[in-house]
Design a protein around this ligand. Structure first.
Ligand SMILES: *[C@@H]1O[C@H](CO)[C@@H](O)[C@H](O)[C@H]1NC(C)=O
Length: 146
């Protein structure tokens, strides 16, 4: 009988431990969202030991752990010089000379307007500018002509 008693005790201890563990788990997970930490219409999602806020996607937008900061589109923009309206998702990159495009990743082709004329008719595009040169096989005969 001595053996059976020990076995029972062990079972009780295990069960108590499990109940204690489940108890902690349930309390911790539901408490995180019960305090309503998410603002501005955000949805709260429970995690094991934390919560996450899914910020509302309509109207004025918010960001941050609790969706309580006005959305700053420029903080996600890939360009350095940026402007945006707080609470809106659009941003506008202010590109340095010679670069263009939404994210200033496109190089401006300064030769597109055909700025070169004879005899230096060949336009060579550069990062922020261009130069005109004579086509291969011809000589620059303007030197000393003007
Ligand atoms: C600009 O960058 C954003 C964010 O990195 C990206 O989602 C978007 O596709 C880019 N736009 C262009 C035109 O490259």
């Amino acid at each position: 009988m001595e053996l059976g008693k020990v076995h029972l005790n062990l079972k009780t201890v295990l069960l108590t431990m499990m109940m204690f563990k489940w108890g902690i788990f349930c309390t911790a997970s539901s408490d995180k969202c019960l305090s309503a930490p998410c603002h501005n219409g955000a949805t709260c999602v429970d995690n094991m030991d934390d919560y996450a806020c899914l910020c509302a996607k309509d109207g004025v937008r918010f960001m941050g752990k609790n969706c309580d900061e006005l959305y700053d589109a420029c903080s996600f923009a890939p360009c350095e010089d940026c402007s945006s309206t707080p609470g809106e998702t659009e941003y506008h990159c202010i590109c340095p000379d010679g670069l263009a495009g939404d994210n200033c990743t496109e190089e401006v082709d300064e030769c597109e307007s055909n700025p070169c004329s004879e005899p230096r008719s060949l336009c060579v595009d550069q990062l922020n500018g261009y130069f005109c040169r004579c086509p291969p096989g011809s000589e620059d005969r303007t030197a000393g002509h003007t």
